[in-house]
Design a protein around this ligand. Structure first.
Ligand SMILES: [Zn+2]
Length: 269
């Protein structure tokens, strides 16, 4: 009987130590559990990948493609514009300001001979059949000429009518693209008699100079915009020596006004 009593006490002692060890193990495990949460908190980092749908540029670009033959205009600043037609023809108007002269030219237009309209050496390359139409060709024979080039119709219109710009040596242009969109580019001018006939044509865009020093000021340009009544009126050539001046541009008024800072693009639709 004494032996069995001893065995029982021994067994109990063994059990107790085993339980004690187990308890120690349990307290140890939380530390392991504390380590594991850390990688869990790392898992949110991959979630920013779920933000990929915010890459909206892709839809916008494809939208442009869907719009088919719409030309895209880059306002380079001052009086300089670059237009890429829906079928990829590149037109430069009055090259001088800004950047974006890297696309090979198919057509170069110049409204008059002043230095801030004639820097075609900026255009890096010209396609073999590149055409250049300046105020000289545009006023051949003393009349305003029209050029049918297939991808665009170029119509010279009146410009000048101020002390710095002789109407016999200056033109504006109305460009008509394959999709029928018509864009008036004033060149350097004050109000011209021909502007009275423009409203009847239902122009889509009218770019109007407005520096008030070498050509008409913002008030006169706004009056012209109302008279011309294009779907969209856009001030440009607004401050000598500056590609764009927001404080001047914001004073411009006209139907469907668009303020287009230098370096920005506009889809002509
Ligand atoms: Zn000018």
């Amino acid at each position: 009987m004494k032996k069995t009593g001893m065995i029982i006490t021994l067994l109990c002692a063994l059990l107790l130590t085993a339980c004690g060890e187990k308890k120690a193990d349990v307290t140890a495990t939380p530390t392991v559990a504390n380590v594991t949460p850390a990688p869990v908190s790392d898992t949110p980092t991959p979630t920013p990948q779920a933000e990929t749908p915010t890459e909206t540029p892709t839809p916008t670009e494809s939208q442009k493609e869907e719009e088919g033959m719409a030309a895209t205009l880059l306002y380079q600043g001052h009086g300089s514009l670059r237009i890429t037609t829906g079928d990829g023809k590149v037109i430069y108007v009055d090259p001088y300001a800004g950047t974006g002269y890297d696309k090979p030219a198919d057509l170069i237009l110049m409204t008059h001979g002043h230095g801030d309209h004639t820097k075609d050496e900026l255009i890096a390359t010209k396609n073999a059949d590149c055409r250049k139409i300046t105020w000289v060709e545009a006023l051949a024979g003393g009349t305003h000429q029209t050029f049918e080039l297939g991808y665009v119709k170029v119509e010279a219109v009146e410009a000048g009518y101020n002390k710095n710009h002789n109407a016999a040596q200056c033109v504006g242009f109305i460009l008509t693209f394959a999709n029928g969109v018509q864009v008036y580019i004033s060149g350097d001018t004050s109000t011209t008699p021909q502007m009275d006939s423009f409203a009847a044509r239902g122009l889509d865009y009218a770019f109007l100079c407005c520096d008030g020093i070498y050509n008409m000021g913002i008030k006169e340009a706004s009056d012209c915009a109302k008279k011309i009544n294009a779907k969209h009126s856009i001030p440009y050539h607004m401050a000598p020596g500056k590609p764009y001046d927001e404080s001047i541009a914001s004073q411009f008024e006209g139907p469907g006004r668009i303020l287009l800072p230098a370096g920005e693009e506009l889809v002509l639709e």
